[in-house]
Design a protein around this ligand. Structure first.
Ligand SMILES: Cc1cc2nc3c(=O)[nH]c(=O)nc-3n(C[C@H](O)[C@H](O)[C@H](O)COP(=O)(O)O)c2cc1C
Length: 192
């Protein structure tokens, strides 16, 4: 088992889609996986009420960054999933429609076992790129402001700027700028 950093769509009781980066534990077969959402997340709340969703594999780090910090001003195009009640991000490289099998709420990071009941492929994955990985790390950092010490967050963001300068395209540059600004703002609030 290893972690796959993806994007999960779920729906709330009114049927509205929620889009959030999540890192489930997966194996190569991808017939089932284990999601580990914090109980404070909307993804957790939605899956408790409606145990179906869609896990997406994408190289769109700008969307991932925006979803991580709740700034999806222009949400991605969605279409209804086929095997579950939920939504597929149309631009994703691959997606896995899943049904919740069990929920273990005993720890703050709940373990949710999911069975894959449908999958699809969209477009090719771009491939490795250091700037994309830096954006992924920066997005995780952004969701941990207030949990990690401020100096650690700043030191890590500083280090991540190098692969951005060396390897980024416009989407990665935009994602990193957005995340850096968000982190600075959140740390400012923390300090005041
Ligand atoms: C790459 C990546 C992986 C993440 N994995 C998880 C995870 O496994 N569980 C979790 O609770 N949050 C995870 N997060 C943080 C959530 O995406 C973030 O808290 C988000 O705001 C939750 O959205 P929601 O409240 O709409 O569900 C991850 C963030 C990133 C950038």
């Amino acid at each position: 088992m290893r972690i796959l950093e993806g994007i999960v769509t779920t729906i709330d009781p009114s049927g509205t889609a929620n889009i959030a980066p999540m890192g489930p534990k997966v194996d190569d077969a991808m017939q089932r996986f284990v999601l580990r959402p914090f109980q404070t997340s909307q993804t957790y709340k939605n899956l408790k009420q409606h145990g179906e969703g869609v896990l997406h594999v994408t190289d769109d780090v700008e969307m991932l960054a925006r979803a991580a910090i709740g700034k999806l001003e222009e949400p991605p195009t969605l279409r209804p999933a086929e095997a579950v009640q939920g939504f597929v991000i149309t631009d994703a490289c691959r997606w896995y429609e899943f049904r919740v099998e069990s929920i273990d709420d005993r720890q703050p990071r709940t373990e949710i076992e999911a069975e894959v009941v449908g999958m699809g492929r969209g477009r090719d994955f771009f491939g490795f790129n250091r700037a994309m990985h830096a954006c992924l790390e920066a997005a995780i950092l952004a969701t941990r402001v207030g949990i990690l010490p401020a100096e650690e967050v700043l030191e890590q963001i500083d280090r991540l700027a190098t692969p951005i300068v060396k390897t980024a395209g416009d989407p990665e540059r935009r994602a990193f700028a957005l995340l850096s600004a968000y982190i600075a703002e959140e740390l400012g609030k923390e300090a005041s």
